[in-house]
Design a binder for this molecule. Structure first.
Ligand SMILES: *[C@@H]1O[C@H](CO)[C@@H](O)[C@H](O)[C@H]1NC(C)=O
Ligand SMILES: *[C@@H]1O[C@H](CO)[C@@H](O)[C@H](O)[C@H]1NC(C)=O
Ligand SMILES: *[C@@H]1O[C@H](CO)[C@@H](O)[C@H](O)[C@H]1NC(C)=O
Ligand SMILES: *[C@@H]1O[C@H](CO)[C@@H](O)[C@H](O)[C@H]1NC(C)=O
Ligand SMILES: *[C@@H]1O[C@H](CO)[C@@H](O)[C@H](O)[C@H]1NC(C)=O
Ligand SMILES: *[C@@H]1O[C@H](CO)[C@@H](O)[C@H](O)[C@H]1NC(C)=O
Length: 648
């Protein structure tokens, strides 16, 4: 008894109270915000001045707008111009932040404030107006001693403590109603990240926070300044756990201490990482119903909202299709994990040439096939982000775009709405490139006619049909599954973790149904195919990087409902166009080109689904395809898709 009590007391003495703020949530004009816990600056003003800012409220954190003006005289005319500029350019700013204003000057001194500003300030409910020292007619005349602030911060909405004058960044909070994220993130001052500790009441969804766009200015060093990025949850981020789409895995390992190189390059270029995004389990291909046991598959907003979002970068795909406040998703593509979600969620997406960026601190599926790429609506931003991610590896040199188009399985007649869109696009592309009539090809026929002796006369499908499932199952099993199982067993008295049906059946195939040297064979077959493809189908070219582009249909507006039961999963055997890029290491990019109507069995109305194409070029010609996407957009042939049910 006494001993127990002493023990308790000892514990109490050893435990020291540790309390820190993880930020605060506030509502400004009906919109939910988060005030980050780290002060970015402090305004030195007298206590009575600060108190005046919080008049009529008992909340210490009050909305503050830092205004930056370059005119020599701040008048009642300048004021509303700035306000409408801020409103138009930033989704985080709202006029409720004009409750207090700190006015700074960016032009040449001297500048003055033309008092009285009475009516202009009253209109916005401003209780506290403070011009910086650069203004000659300073606030001293009103009996205050105002000395300025500790560190200059950019214009924009903030929160200011009425008791200390400390200023905090404002994040607007959005609900992840499509279930695309696994957590919202915010950066810490030491380069690591924390989970955003904010929740919008009543949303039944995760809450994601985005900082004001006004805090960031694009520069040569920071080309992605302020760009909001979501990261597929197979990339490590320091301070945050990685789930790889498995609850047991998430639970087992502590927060990571290192950020994956691919993610770090985006951060270094100024990108804002706003959250981790859903992946199917261990980045294996899963359909929405039944396969997603551990987590719920994200919702594809296109059409009736109940179409499969595809797999495995489905979180980034669903988010890019739905959220204006998300600019880019970083995904990964082993078998079609970026292309599939881009096709059905209606966005641009790139499977890059293999090996453009190191994949350290990223979950492996098959290192010989794994790639990192983007999903986005904006082709200009896409190229900018790719330069930050791949650095010198996408400086593909080309003097002009290829003037030869190959097609495979492409429609030639306008039998339905999707075919018309596809045929129109091809014709515009042909004109744009100054290419002759596109050449339809069938890979299996070409192969039969020109296969290398090493293939021993095997058909393309028997030569390549199990290369993909062999590589992913055997490599993921040895590199990832075995250590995971061992760590889990050690922590849980020898138990096995739960695994979804799809990865389980794939690993079983790799362990039970193929010979021990299958991976070696698979790599040999892959190499033979890769060399054949680069010498007989799409060839490198000095002038155009790739002698041709190979175009095929990505999505044609067909429905694929998520509330449909399929048969039990098996290994992903077989060969098709989507396997060309993984096995030959060439880039394969998705361009959204239109939308086609279908009659939804859910809404009983006509809805629209994406029509997309895939474009393949020679290995290392990624830069050329990015440039082509930009040029086609500038020419009006490609359009930036909108978020929501309809793309255009
Ligand atoms: C408002 O924005 C426009 C367009 O970006 C710019 O030309 C103008 O200078 C801005 N006005 C002020 C007062 O900053
Ligand atoms: C302003 O500062 C001066 C000099 O430090 C001081 O004498 C004066 O009392 C201050 N005025 C107010 C209103 O705080
Ligand atoms: C470029 O690609 C090569 C080959 O995969 C790789 O070794 C290198 O790390 C990459 N360079 C950069 C800057 O990522
Ligand atoms: C794998 O082998 C088992 C046992 O021989 C067999 O029942 C199963 O059908 C095989 N699966 C595949 C995908 O080949
Ligand atoms: C590689 O090709 C050979 C020859 O056609 C075929 O028998 C074998 O199944 C293939 N192996 C793998 C692992 O793809
Ligand atoms: C949808 O159904 C209506 C009524 O049957 C039909 O007229 C229309 O063509 C259908 N639309 C599509 C895209 O199939």
């Amino acid at each position: 008894m006494v001993k127990g009590l002493l023990h308790l007391l000892a514990l109490a003495a050893a435990a020291s109270a540790s309390v820190s703020s993880s930020g605060q949530t506030l509502v400004v004009n009906g919109i939910n915000y988060y005030a980050a816990p780290e002060a970015v600056t402090a305004i030195s003003a007298t206590a009575d001045m600060l108190t005046s800012a919080s008049r009529g409220t008992d909340i210490d954190l009050i909305p503050l707008t830092v205004m930056v003006d370059s005119s020599s005289q701040f008048t009642t005319n300048v004021f509303p111009t700035l306000v409408s500029n801020y409103t138009a350019s930033d989704d985080v700013f709202n006029v409720g932040f004009l409750q207090s204003i700190y006015l700074t000057h960016s032009g040449s001194a001297p500048a003055t404030v033309k008092y009285p500003l009475g009516a202009a300030l009253t209109e916005f409910g401003t209780k506290f107006f403070m011009p910086a020292r650069a203004y000659t007619s300073s606030i001293q005349s009103q009996g205050y001693n105002f000395t300025g602030w500790r560190t200059a911060v950019p214009a924009g909405p903030y929160f200011m403590s009425a008791s200390t004058g400390e200023v905090f960044q404002a994040y607007r909070l959005y609900s992840d109603v499509q279930g695309a994220f696994t957590e919202g993130l915010k950066p810490n001052t030491d380069g690591s990240y924390s989970i955003l500790s904010a929740a919008i009441p009543g949303a039944q969804s995760l809450t994601i926070g985005v900082p004001s766009k006004m805090y960031y200015t694009k520069t040569a060093d920071k080309p992605l300044a302020g760009v909001r990025v979501g990261i597929k949850d197979i990339y490590d981020i320091a301070g945050i756990k990685t789930s790889c789409g498995n609850r047991a895995y998430y639970d087992l390992y502590p927060p990571r201490t290192v950020t994956a190189t691919a993610v770090q390059r985006l951060i270094d270029a100024g990108a804002i990482i706003i959250g981790k995004m859903k992946t199917s389990q261990f980045a294996n291909g899963e359909t929405a119903t039944a396969d997603w046991v551990d987590y719920h598959s994200p919702f594809n907003i296109r059409g009736d909202g109940y179409q499969d979002p595809s797999s495995s970068s489905s979180g980034p795909g669903a988010g890019i299709g739905a959220y204006d406040w998300l600019d880019i998703g970083l995904g990964s593509d082993t078998g079609s994990s970026i292309r599939g979600p881009s096709e059905v969620n209606g966005c641009f997406g790139n499977r890059p040439s293999h090996g453009l960026v190191p994949l350290d601190h990223v979950m492996p599926l098959s290192p010989n096939l794994d790639t990192a790429g983007f999903l986005t609506r904006d082709p200009y931003l896409w190229h900018e982000a790719a330069k930050a991610l791949y650095l010198t590896n996408i400086t593909s040199s080309f003097k002009s775009f290829p003037r030869k188009i190959l097609t495979s399985g492409f429609p030639t007649t306008r039998d339905n709405e999707a075919d018309s869109i596809l045929v129109d696009f091809l014709s515009k592309l042909q004109t744009f490139l100054g290419a002759p009539t596109p050449t339809p090809i069938t890979l299996s026929t070409l192969w039969s006619a020109s296969a290398p002796a090493a293939a021993g006369g095997a058909s393309l499908s028997s030569y390549l049909g199990i290369v993909y499932p062999v590589l992913i199952s055997r490599q993921q099993y040895s590199l990832f599954t075995l250590p995971f199982h061992a760590d889990y067993a050690a922590a849980h008295q020898g138990r096995r973790p739960f695994i979804d049906p799809v990865p389980l059946v794939r690993w079983a195939f790799g362990q039970n149904n193929v010979s021990a040297d299958a991976s070696v064979q698979a790599l040999q077959n892959k190499t033979v195919f890769m060399d054949w493809f680069a010498s007989k189908v799409v060839l490198p070219s000095e002038e155009t990087c790739s002698d041709s582009v190979l175009i095929y249909v990505g999505s044609d507006g067909s429905s694929n409902y998520r509330n449909v039961y399929f048969s039990a999963p098996g290994p992903p055997t077989g060969f098709g166009l989507s396997r060309v890029s993984p096995l030959s290491e060439v880039p394969d990019f998705v361009f959204p080109i239109g939308q086609a109507a279908y009659n939804s069995t859910i809404t009983l109305k006509e809805e629209y689904l994406p029509v997309t194409i895939d474009i393949i070029a020679a290995k290392g010609c990624d830069g050329m395809i990015f440039a082509l996407a930009e040029a086609l957009t500038t020419a009006g042939i490609l359009k930036i898709p909108k978020t929501g049910s309809v793309m255009y």
